[in-house]
Design a protein around this ligand. Sequence first.
Ligand SMILES: *[C@@H]1O[C@H](CO)[C@@H](O)[C@H](O)[C@H]1NC(C)=O
Ligand SMILES: *[C@@H]1O[C@H](CO)[C@@H](O)[C@H](O)[C@H]1NC(C)=O
Ligand SMILES: *[C@@H]1O[C@H](CO)[C@@H](O)[C@H](O)[C@H]1NC(C)=O
Ligand SMILES: *[C@@H]1O[C@H](CO)[C@@H](O)[C@H](O)[C@H]1NC(C)=O
Ligand SMILES: *[C@@H]1O[C@H](CO)[C@@H](O)[C@H](O)[C@H]1NC(C)=O
Ligand SMILES: *[C@@H]1O[C@H](CO)[C@@H](O)[C@H](O)[C@H]1NC(C)=O
Ligand SMILES: *[C@@H]1O[C@H](CO)[C@@H](O)[C@H](O)[C@H]1NC(C)=O
Ligand SMILES: *[C@@H]1O[C@H](CO)[C@@H](O)[C@H](O)[C@H]1NC(C)=O
Length: 736
Amino acid sequence: MFSRNSPMHHHLLSLFFSILIIPTHCDDRKTYIVYLGDLPKGMEITELHHISMVQGVLGRNFAAEALVHSYKKSFNGFAVRLTKEEAKRVEEMDGVISVFQSKTHKPQTTRSWDFIGFPQKVNRSSLESDVIVGVIDSGIWPESDSFNDHGFSSPPKKWKGSCQNITCNNKIIGAKYFRVDGSFGKDDTISPRDSEGHGTHTASTVAGNWVNSARLFGLGEGAARGGVPSARIAVYKTCWSSGCETTDILAAFDEAIFDGVDILSVSLSFKSMGHPDLFQDVFAIGAFYAMKKGILTSIAAANMGPELSTMNSFAPWSLSVAASTIDRKFSTKVQLGDGGVFEGVSLNTFDLHNTTYPLIYSGDAPNITGGFNSSRSRLCFGNSLDESKVKGKIVLCDELPSDATRLSGAVGVVLPTATYSKDTASFFVFPLPLAVLTLNDGRTIHSYLNSTSNPTAAIYKTNEGKDSLAPYVASFSSRGPNMITPNILKPDIAAPGVDIIAAWPSITPISNEKGDKRLSKFNIISGTSMACPHATAAAAYVKSFHPTWSPAAIKSALMTTATPMSPALNPEAEFAYGAGQINPIKAVTPGLVYDISESDYVRFLCGQGYNRTSLRSITDEEVNCKKMEKETVWDLNLPSFALKRNISVSFFSVFHRTVTNVVAAKSVYKAEVIAPQSLLTIQVTPSVLSFSSMGEKKSFTVTIEGTINVEIVSASLIWDDGNSQVRSPIVVYGTQ
Ligand SMILES: *[C@@H]1O[C@H](CO)[C@@H](O)[C@H](O)[C@H]1NC(C)=O
Ligand SMILES: *[C@@H]1O[C@H](CO)[C@@H](O)[C@H](O)[C@H]1NC(C)=O
Ligand SMILES: *[C@@H]1O[C@H](CO)[C@@H](O)[C@H](O)[C@H]1NC(C)=O
Ligand SMILES: *[C@@H]1O[C@H](CO)[C@@H](O)[C@H](O)[C@H]1NC(C)=O
Ligand SMILES: *[C@@H]1O[C@H](CO)[C@@H](O)[C@H](O)[C@H]1NC(C)=O
Ligand SMILES: *[C@@H]1O[C@H](CO)[C@@H](O)[C@H](O)[C@H]1NC(C)=O
Ligand SMILES: *[C@@H]1O[C@H](CO)[C@@H](O)[C@H](O)[C@H]1NC(C)=O
Ligand SMILES: *[C@@H]1O[C@H](CO)[C@@H](O)[C@H](O)[C@H]1NC(C)=O
């Protein structure tokens, strides 16, 4: 999956969650999830049902111990250890929707709120404290000031959740952990307590209290706060030292939906790209049942950008969130003995007091006794460097050192990289002083090294500056288009995800590397994992004003009020940022919403090729798939339009949409289309919609015709009544 990415990117990602170690079992059985759809009405499902079901096909000698977990609170299914052949036989049974192997996933702060125009003193709904945000992640550090329950009343009456190991307070009202096969690693804390940091960071970004003077060793100083500080938090820990298993994530959805959360925040994604089937995608299945219960699931778009087609969250009932920058940027200066100065990027909290150290190229210091030559040592991994040559020096490396806590006694690292960009290097905190530079700067430094017998350099502590280009989408943020449903736009929206400061466990090194002694109550990290909780909070904020709105209505409000972003800064346009950057305040009064019911999604699934038999078990709605043509899945009532067409072939396509009036009873909306005239003709019929009451619905069609000769053409439709501008992105993209 990382084939399109540099090794550096790869390393950055694995810093958060180390690579999976698959436990070796003596047989060739693997854990599969057998997904059965809705819970049957009027009947309680037990483990015995699931065991006897498997015995029905595999015979009496199927051992009950092979059943790993039963999902029976919010939907029906189970996890079971099977051989490939057995899995095939189970898949053919009546009532089985899908059988798929469990995999390991990975998780992908607070100037950011001010930057997007969501200040501390924003109007708040008195119902904000009734909103319960479920966070599926690596747990929580309950002692953090961000989760203090001072001034909170008791939890909302409807709440059914509880806390394992740690004591709930009125802020953290739920905390459970999931490891359904019981295989913990030696570094795992067997409780909802977070020892990785990721879950604490994301939960506090959504709903952390206002904490004054948050900082990371002087960096990012300011108040830290979640988007909805009065909301309640329920954590579902599914991520452990070995990663996050499908079986556990599905168990967390099962539990969270049953407990009664209002919004779900899932900063996790598949490790690999693309996915063949929505019903083999744990996030799509979980979010589908959440949707049925009125819960919107916000999910990270993944960190495999910047190339196109690097996303893997495609379910139209989820909100898929890309990561954008804020106007704060961190830079780290490198100064050479000859006076040359280079502006690098990184989050270097180490203060070397501007001291100059000898500089050496890693390729000139191979550990020969260890069997390494120059072409290995230049990559700076493991023991490849000769300690007697690099100790006490700054090392110019060609790759990010993999085992950096004690890089053969080096003082610091200067790293030129082809993937240098203003946003990649500040992706993480490194256990040594580090400055990441462009390849060009690297060459200049190398020739300085060659030109003198006593080369020296200094790495300065990171400096905070302003990025006047912001916002743009971070290079790591995964891009569309949608690989499963090409005529549905993904990602949906962008939110801040670069250099976000938020709460951190006070026992966890800020670089996540053992041996790094730096501890802090706050940490600065980047990723679509950080963008997701911003969007979750925006959704919770909208929900606090409109508790009865459906997940689709909330998603629509967020998308149609998003601030448009610049295609000049992001050539991938909508495939990078969806509808644009979240604007929570505007999202409370969107004017119109594009609502979607469960039966609309079921019709969409028909269009995706699922038939009546398989859909009957996931919905009570009457299903008639015959009427659905495959092409018309784009008629799903989303607030965005995507169309994949052959380059240089003329086309004519019709979209159907329905909007619901939600803000002013009497209003007249006019359609305005912004499109490149030379390529597309877009017609909206009718072009005026008059509403006389709240909740009134009006339908219209959008016809798009033309011929495209470039890969991506962006346009938009805006319904405007003089007060609200209800904007939908339109993207037509080409294939050869
Ligand atoms: C807050 O609400 C009040 C009353 O509804 C309104 O007048 C005011 O404009 C709102 N302020 C903001 C910043 O939205
Ligand atoms: C948390 O509770 C579980 C179940 O009671 C127990 O097995 C586990 O050891 C506890 N963890 C800690 C860290 O106390
Ligand atoms: C290091 O240099 C920076 C400017 O480049 C300066 O602001 C700072 O005071 C210096 N620190 C020390 C310890 O001299
Ligand atoms: C060289 O590598 C070997 C084996 O990997 C290691 O034990 C040794 O400490 C290294 N030597 C130096 C001088 O770094
Ligand atoms: C360096 O070592 C690697 C692996 O040990 C070997 O494949 C490579 O040929 C060596 N390169 C040189 C220049 O000796
Ligand atoms: C530095 O010197 C080495 C060997 O002497 C050479 O291979 C390399 O190209 C030089 N680099 C620069 C940037 O001058
Ligand atoms: C429905 O789909 C399932 C699974 O794809 C298939 O086995 C079955 O034959 C289909 N039924 C009909 C009536 O097409
Ligand atoms: C687009 O191109 C593909 C592959 O060349 C072809 O199968 C398809 O029929 C074309 N569609 C149209 C509308 O021309």
